[in-house]
Design a protein around this ligand. Structure first.
Ligand SMILES: *[C@@H]1O[C@H](CO)[C@@H](O)[C@H](O)[C@H]1NC(C)=O
Ligand SMILES: *[C@@H]1O[C@H](CO)[C@@H](O)[C@H](O)[C@H]1NC(C)=O
Ligand SMILES: *[C@@H]1O[C@H](CO)[C@@H](O)[C@H](O)[C@H]1NC(C)=O
Ligand SMILES: *[C@@H]1O[C@H](CO)[C@@H](O)[C@H](O)[C@H]1NC(C)=O
Ligand SMILES: *[C@@H]1O[C@H](CO)[C@@H](O)[C@H](O)[C@H]1NC(C)=O
Ligand SMILES: *[C@@H]1O[C@H](CO)[C@@H](O)[C@H](O)[C@H]1NC(C)=O
Ligand SMILES: *[C@@H]1O[C@H](CO)[C@@H](O)[C@H](O)[C@H]1NC(C)=O
Ligand SMILES: *[C@@H]1O[C@H](CO)[C@@H](O)[C@H](O)[C@H]1NC(C)=O
Length: 444
């Protein structure tokens, strides 16, 4: 069955009339599923997995999405039992929109439950400008069951997609900073400059924060600001498609703005984030998150640097920024996909609805861009999943696509500070390496 659905596009007319708008196409359904099925190695495997309840179709939910070279990567967090793989791919283009089968990535064995060399619980991934996939593996499975099971240490897993070996480099997170029983590595943005950083939202119910991971020396630290990173009681209970949910979920969506030059010619960028149970959007400069000493300073140390950008019409799960500073995000209770051009107007007046449909836009989860100007979004009716009321005779998961002509923030422009200025941080690093060299010399 081939089905393409057009949505009503409701664009606020105000302040947009005389400026040329980039060509925009409406969102269409490119894929939809009632339940998720896989490309099995043999037909018997499927039967065995079903028999042994290692595959329970209604327990498999699509959450995150990413793109690389004509493949869409989908994440399947193991919130319940019976999820045979936690990361998988489908082709970007296929004529049939109905329920393509997912292919575990990198392989079936790399998704084996209980094998700590394999992926256990992947909520989100990012693919950076060099084709490196950054995977958040919580290690803990069954997060929505009565007995969440921390099978393996929470880890960041890197895969170089340019090599077809798809070897996994696993970096377990230090247990003195990350509690494997409570951490919830939710989403991340990657900042490919001066050592490659990931800024990760940890929506732990007891200790929410932003985890910073620097790839060059594999160092991590965690920063907290309870005011902007915690759920608010007013926003925890909400209603969508006739279902009321109570989800006091902490810091969740995260996005990264384009590089800018500060007054003293340093490169910086804005990090945007929001708790799920909140209607505020917050911002902080990346240079602040990169300052490790603020992690030691404890709660409250970030407070002076956090900016409340204002309110949205509703709660938001995932968001994504393009390379020039336009943010895409969902408004859950309004069945809406919205955008904000951060270079054109303040958040409080610059938000636009780009698609609204109560039947097709039921819980906007994550977004991705491809390399030809398309944006994709996962719609997954998460409210039914968390309430254990998924009906396998309904369409539960959809991927929508629109052409915007935009590309992901990871491909944004690199700014080079004007010459003649000394980069203080770089000078410090050089000085530090000189000291190390001197020590090395003494040791020799
Ligand atoms: C699955 O269970 C059915 C019914 O118990 C049985 O007939 C079948 O042989 C089993 N299949 C496998 C692959 O174990
Ligand atoms: C989709 O259909 C078109 C026209 O029928 C055909 O040319 C194309 O090869 C098909 N693509 C795939 C991926 O099957
Ligand atoms: C995690 O939970 C297990 C089992 O309850 C406990 O033994 C362990 O000490 C906990 N770890 C931490 C870091 O709290
Ligand atoms: C980031 O830093 C610049 C100055 O370098 C400042 O103008 C801006 O307000 C800061 N942004 C946030 C979100 O604090
Ligand atoms: C990091 O934060 C500390 C504590 O606020 C401050 O003293 C220091 O100057 C900051 N470092 C940088 C490089 O901004
Ligand atoms: C969005 O949803 C909220 C809560 O359901 C409602 O109060 C608000 O009026 C809606 N906004 C729009 C623009 O539809
Ligand atoms: C954002 O606003 C800037 C300045 O008005 C404009 O040049 C740019 O095209 C806008 N971007 C999008 C994606 O609409
Ligand atoms: C919920 O969504 C389904 C599927 O789109 C629709 O048929 C139904 O009418 C909706 N129910 C409510 C109460 O909005």
């Amino acid at each position: 069955m081939r089905m393409l659905v057009l949505f009503t596009v409701v664009v606020a007319a105000a302040a947009q009339n005389d400026k040329p708008k980039p060509h925009r196409e409406q969102f269409r359904v490119i894929y939809e599923w009632q339940t998720i099925d896989f490309e099995w190695e043999t037909p018997e495997d499927r039967e065995t997995y079903l028999n042994e309840t290692k595959y329970i179709p209604q327990n498999v939910l699509i959450s995150g999405i990413n793109y690389y070279e004509d493949k869409l990567f989908l994440t399947l967090p193991r919130m319940l039992t019976g999820v045979p793989a936690t990361l998988a791919t489908i082709p970007t283009n296929q004529n049939d929109t109905t329920a393509p089968k997912l292919k575990p990535f990198p392989s079936w064995s790399d998704n084996k439950v209980g094998d700590c060399a394999a992926l256990q619980f992947v909520q989100n991934i990012e693919i950076d400008r060099y084709g490196v996939m950054w995977i958040l593996d919580n290690g803990r499975i069954g997060t929505l069951t009565h007995r969440p099971d921390p099978k393996c240490p929470p880890s960041i897993v890197l895969i170089d997609l340019k090599s077809d070996k798809y070897e996994m480099e696993r970096i377990p997170l230090p247990l003195d900073i990350i509690n494997p029983n409570t951490t919830y590595l939710n989403d991340l943005v990657v900042d490919n400059r001066d050592g490659d950083y990931a800024y990760i939202t940890d929506n732990s119910a007891v200790d929410p924060g932003i985890i910073v991971f620097r790839r060059s020396d594999k160092k991590i630290w965690k920063l907290r600001d309870s005011k902007s990173m915690s759920s608010t009681t007013e926003a925890a209970i909400f209603r969508i498609n006739g279902t009321t949910v109570n989800l006091p979920v902490n810091i969740d969506g995260i996005a990264l703005g384009p590089q800018f030059l500060t007054e003293d010619n340093q490169v910086d960028r804005t990090v945007y984030y929001c708790p799920l149970a909140s209607i505020h959007l917050y911002a902080i400069n990346a240079s602040i998150l990169r300052n490790e000493s603020l992690a030691e300073a404890g709660d409250g140390s970030l407070r002076p640097y956090v900016v409340d950008l204002g309110m949205k019409a509703s709660q938001t799960d995932g968001m994504k920024m393009d390379s020039t500073g336009t943010l895409f995000y969902g408004l859950i209770t309004n069945s809406t996909i919205a955008e904000w051009n951060s270079t054109a107007a303040d958040f409080s007046v610059g938000q636009r609805t780009i698609a609204r449909d109560p039947n097709y836009i039921q819980w906007v989860d994550r977004f991705t861009f491809d390399d030809r100007g398309n944006i994709y979004v996962v719609i997954n009716r998460l409210f039914n999943f968390v309430k254990n009321q998924v009906s396998t005779s309904d369409v539960n998961y959809r991927i929508l696509r629109s052409t915007t002509g935009l590309k992901s923030y990871v491909h944004g422009e690199d700014l080079i500070p004007p010459s003649g200025h000394h980069d203080a941080a770089a000078t410090q690093t050089v000085a530090a390496s000189l000291i190390l060299l001197a020590i090395a010399h003494i040791l020799v």
